[in-house]
Design a protein around this ligand. Structure first.
Ligand code: AKB
Length: 315
């Protein structure tokens, strides 16, 4: 990777991936782009930044040619809960954006990273230690776009030789940009509310078990899979990656160690609960560990300490 375009750069992952890529490859070799030029302007506009719509082929091509881009990070997506509220828009953005960027990658000979998710699994998928290759019949529009996206990226690799790669992320916890419209978002909001109000109302039930990952690990996964030796990759676009697994009750207990008066209550949202219940309890990420050396650093304990330290200063 020499010259990189991150599209959807102002979101939860982009706002931390862009600085990480810039410190590794150089400020001017990483172009950030988003439709929204207001959010995280202070972070993104330190280097080249463009207002771009993922569906606007000509404007994207112009930037790619001007900066001789060879690698694209496609971070544009409507997440699971928002997708259920706006399924048509979800298909248009998630799939329309991907198709557009894959075609551009084919024409311009770019490598491309697109994240998939635990959302690519569904109720008939084995729940525990979900294997790398298994049944994928999701019942959300987000999941449908993720499975279709994984297959399309594989197709572009096999049919046209596009170096398309990706990982299946679990829920991501971060402290720079809050996520929006996801089912795992509670695991971010809980830290903010714990520090501000010493209480939190959770929209998932107390024993809902999901895999999660702290943002520094998520950023590293995105960079490392793109740097991996292609000769060692058996899979390409859908590596299960995970770092930790917990329920709302367990994260609350961990936070209580630092904020003893913290309390959690449950006001379950049936839509997000149904989405979470359709996803795996935990994933087996041994393929990523074997094929490109994936290794997480943060667990619930170390992440909680870091989240509270960082947010205490920020708030
Ligand atoms: C969501 O909750 O929709 C996302 C995801 C797990 O892909 N965070």
């Amino acid at each position: 990777m020499k010259n990189i375009l991150v599209i959807g750069a102002a979101g939860q992952i982009g706002s931390e991936l862009v600085p990480a890529l810039r410190s590794k490859y150089g400020k001017n070799n990483v172009v950030a782009a988003d439709l929204n030029t207001e959010i995280n302007a202070d972070i993104l506009q330190i280097g080249p930044f463009y207002k771009l719509n993922v569906l606007d082929t000509n404007s994207i091509l112009k930037v790619i040619k001007e900066h001789q881009i060879d690698t694209i990070y496609n971070l544009v997506a409507l997440l699971s809960a928002r997708g259920e509220a706006e399924p048509q828009l979800s298909w248009q953005i998630n799939m329309g954006g991907l198709v557009n960027l894959l075609e551009i990658s084919r024409e311009q000979n770019c490598a491309i990273f697109t994240p998939s998710s635990i959302g690519a699994f569904g109720p008939s998928t084995p729940k525990d230690k979900t294997p790398q290759d298994t049944i994928q019949r999701p019942n959300t529009i987000y999941g449908v776009t993720k499975v279709a996206g994984e297959l399309l990226c594989d197709y572009y690799y096999k049919r046209f030789g596009v170096d398309a790669r990706g990982v299946r992320y679990p829920g991501i916890i971060s402290n720079v940009t809050a996520p929006g419209g996801g089912t795992t978002d509670y695991a971010v909001h809980i830290y903010y509310e714990a520090l501000k109000y010493e209480k939190f109302s959770c929209f998932l039930s107390e024993n809902t078990s999901l895999d999660m990952m702290y943002m520094p690990d998520a950023v590293r996964a995105a960079i490392e899979v793109m740097e991996a030796d292609p000769a060692k990759l058996i899979h390409r676009n859908c590596f299960n990656v995970t770092a930790m697994n917990f329920t709302p009750k367990e994260i609350a207990l961990e936070i209580k160690k630092y904020i003893p008066n913290f309390t959690i209550a449950y006001d379950v949202d049936p839509i997000r609960q149904a989405i979470a219940d359709s996803w795996p309890n935990s994933m087996d990420d041994s393929a990523a560990r074997e094929q490109w050396g994936w290794k997480h650093e943060y667990d619930l304990k170390s992440m909680t300490k870091d989240m509270l330290d960082v947010l205490q200063n920020k708030l």
